[in-house]
Write a protein that binds this ligand. Structure first.
Ligand SMILES: [Zn+2]
Length: 82
Protein backbone atom coordinates (compact mmCIF):
# COMPACT_ATOMS: atom_id res chain seq x y z
CA UNK A 1 0.00 0.00 0.00
CA UNK A 2 1.20 3.48 -0.80
CA UNK A 3 -0.66 6.64 0.09
CA UNK A 4 1.28 8.47 -2.62
CA UNK A 5 -1.22 7.19 -5.19
CA UNK A 6 -3.68 9.69 -3.73
CA UNK A 7 -1.33 12.53 -4.64
CA UNK A 8 -0.98 11.62 -8.30
CA UNK A 9 -2.63 13.99 -10.76
CA UNK A 10 -5.69 12.94 -12.70
CA UNK A 11 -4.57 11.87 -16.21
CA UNK A 12 -5.18 14.21 -19.09
CA UNK A 13 -7.97 12.43 -20.99
CA UNK A 14 -7.07 14.13 -24.25
CA UNK A 15 -3.60 12.56 -24.05
CA UNK A 16 -4.79 9.14 -22.82
CA UNK A 17 -6.73 8.47 -26.01
CA UNK A 18 -3.83 9.30 -28.36
CA UNK A 19 -2.00 6.55 -30.25
CA UNK A 20 1.64 5.79 -29.36
CA UNK A 21 2.99 8.28 -31.87
CA UNK A 22 0.64 10.99 -30.61
CA UNK A 23 1.62 10.38 -26.98
CA UNK A 24 5.31 10.41 -27.83
CA UNK A 25 4.84 13.67 -29.74
CA UNK A 26 3.07 15.27 -26.78
CA UNK A 27 6.03 14.64 -24.47
CA UNK A 28 8.64 16.13 -26.82
CA UNK A 29 10.20 19.58 -26.49
CA UNK A 30 8.75 21.97 -29.08
CA UNK A 31 11.63 21.88 -31.58
CA UNK A 32 11.39 18.11 -31.77
CA UNK A 33 7.62 18.27 -32.15
CA UNK A 34 8.09 20.55 -35.14
CA UNK A 35 10.67 18.19 -36.66
CA UNK A 36 8.46 15.15 -36.08
CA UNK A 37 5.44 16.93 -37.56
CA UNK A 38 7.48 17.59 -40.67
CA UNK A 39 8.64 13.96 -40.93
CA UNK A 40 5.06 12.74 -40.51
CA UNK A 41 3.55 15.23 -42.94
CA UNK A 42 5.94 14.85 -45.89
CA UNK A 43 5.01 11.62 -47.67
CA UNK A 44 7.58 9.36 -49.30
CA UNK A 45 6.23 10.33 -52.74
CA UNK A 46 7.02 13.97 -51.91
CA UNK A 47 10.62 13.30 -50.84
CA UNK A 48 9.92 12.23 -47.25
CA UNK A 49 10.56 9.04 -45.32
CA UNK A 50 8.81 5.73 -45.89
CA UNK A 51 6.65 4.50 -43.03
CA UNK A 52 9.37 1.96 -42.19
CA UNK A 53 12.11 4.63 -42.15
CA UNK A 54 10.01 6.86 -39.92
CA UNK A 55 9.28 3.90 -37.62
CA UNK A 56 13.01 3.20 -37.39
CA UNK A 57 13.74 6.81 -36.45
CA UNK A 58 11.00 6.84 -33.83
CA UNK A 59 12.35 3.63 -32.29
CA UNK A 60 15.85 5.07 -32.16
CA UNK A 61 14.38 8.15 -30.48
CA UNK A 62 12.86 5.94 -27.78
CA UNK A 63 9.32 5.53 -29.10
CA UNK A 64 8.47 1.80 -28.97
CA UNK A 65 6.14 1.68 -31.94
CA UNK A 66 5.35 -0.51 -34.95
CA UNK A 67 5.03 0.56 -38.57
CA UNK A 68 1.28 -0.12 -38.63
CA UNK A 69 0.71 2.47 -35.90
CA UNK A 70 2.99 4.93 -37.73
CA UNK A 71 1.15 4.35 -41.02
CA UNK A 72 -2.26 4.90 -39.39
CA UNK A 73 -1.05 8.03 -37.62
CA UNK A 74 0.28 9.45 -40.90
CA UNK A 75 -3.01 8.72 -42.65
CA UNK A 76 -4.88 10.21 -39.68
CA UNK A 77 -6.69 6.94 -39.13
CA UNK A 78 -5.61 6.61 -35.49
CA UNK A 79 -7.10 7.54 -32.12
CA UNK A 80 -5.52 11.02 -32.33
CA UNK A 81 -8.15 12.24 -34.78
CA UNK A 82 -11.12 10.31 -33.38
ZN1 LIG B 1 -2.03 9.04 -33.76
Amino acid sequence: MSLDILLEPVPDRAVVRLCKVGKFHTDLPEQYQVALDQLIRVAYQDGGLTDEELTDRLRKAGCDVGSTVVRKHRKQQCACVA
